[in-house]
Design a protein around this ligand. Structure first.
Ligand SMILES: [Zn+2]
Length: 334
């Protein structure tokens, strides 16, 4: 492909327009900051880099590696619009800087996770969160409010840094809105709206979220996510998706499923990193998850997750995983 063709494709994407707006905003902020900063603050050289990136956007060479003239990875541009080399052509200091950034992002993301073993309103919980790389596009949170437990588990489209940024945005949106005493359905509708307005075309998130009350009642919304599994003395059943993923359409209705859980009943949520885990010949699949959860239904949440992890590892038989994996178990303890 010639550079001109690459340019055509790149410039046609929403990403470049988005990044251009981002850079112009940063340029404005830099100019304001430079006016009051000490002379050797390094802000002037940053401004030169931003100007150079804007020039490259104008002439259509933005996002093209200076070394090989191939395209620079889009998720890296989203994370840092000033990068000028593809991953293959980063020099040593560049690689070290990238590793530092990833380590920091990974640590920040771990800090967004809820406390381990959280209990609220007669509910006990446990979760497992494993990014396939440094950072994950999976989302998992547990929020206590008014003696109730709000649980959330989702999966942002894509992987890596760009997906983890959207995961952080979901986290912030749900954390803020959950403090406003709104019905859960309204919170999901608001988050969808904010998410639609801020994500790029093609980016979305599947999500299961629920509000567990002290009387055993659980309201669940499944927006395009894998089926949630409920297991207890009444048997096992699936709570299927009743809506589209968040971030796809502005005007989407999200309907709730209501279930009544007794002491000892468990809700099990997971991302497709579990259901789509595979060995040389087969995929793990939802049916295997259901069988395992049924067999292990008397277990505490942490034991259930450990059993599931053992089972999927044995199944994968050493095959590497290619997706982030998250599991969440919520059990009614009394
Ligand atoms: Zn290159």
């Amino acid at each position: 492909m010639t550079q001109k063709q690459v340019k055509g494709i790149l410039m046609a994407t929403l990403e470049v327009r988005f990044l251009q707006e981002q850079l112009e905003e940063r340029k404005r902020r830099l100019e304001v900051a430079i006016a009051s900063a000490p002379p050797n603050s390094g802000l002037s050289s940053l401004l030169r880099e931003v100007d150079s990136a804007l020039d490259r956007m104008a002439e259509g060479t933005y996002g093209i590696c200076l070394q090989c003239h191939d395209t620079v990875e889009p998720d890296r541009l989203l994370a840092d619009p000033l990068v000028q080399y593809c991953l293959d052509h980063l020099n040593k200091p560049g690689l070290a800087a990238l590793q530092r950034d990833l380590d920091l992002a990974s640590e920040l993301q771990r800090n967004l996770l809820p406390p381990k073993g959280l209990r609220a309103g007669g509910w006990e919980t446990s979760y497992y969160f494993a990014p396939v790389g440094a950072v994950s596009g999976d989302y998992c949170d547990l929020i206590q409010s008014d003696g109730q437990l709000l649980f959330l588990l989702g999966d942002v489209s894509g992987k890596g840094v760009a997906a983890s940024m959207l995961m952080a945005q979901l986290h912030a949106l749900f954390r803020s809105l959950s403090q406003m005493s709104l019905p859960l359905g309204q919170i999901v509708t608001h988050v969808n709206r904010f998410f639609c307005e801020s994500v790029l075309a093609g980016q979305y998130a599947t999500l299961v979220c629920g509000l567990a009350k002290p009387n055993g009642e659980v309201e669940i919304h499944n927006a395009g996510h894998c089926p949630a599994i409920v297991v207890g003395r009444g048997g096992v059943f699936r709570i299927e998706s009743t809506g589209l993923p968040l971030g796809m359409f502005l005007e989407t209705e999200f309907s709730a499923t209501r279930v009544q859980l007794d002491a000892g009943d468990t809700l099990f949520l997971y991302t497709d990193g579990l259901s789509e885990a595979s060995n040389e010949s087969d995929e793990y699949g939802v049916d295997r998850i259901i069988t395992l959860v049924r067999q292990q239904s008397a277990r505490q949440p942490a034991e259930l997750i450990a059993a599931c992890l053992d089972d999927v590892r044995a199944f994968a038989n050493g095959s590497p995983s290619f997706d982030d994996m998250t599991m969440l178990a919520v059990r009614r303890s009394y």
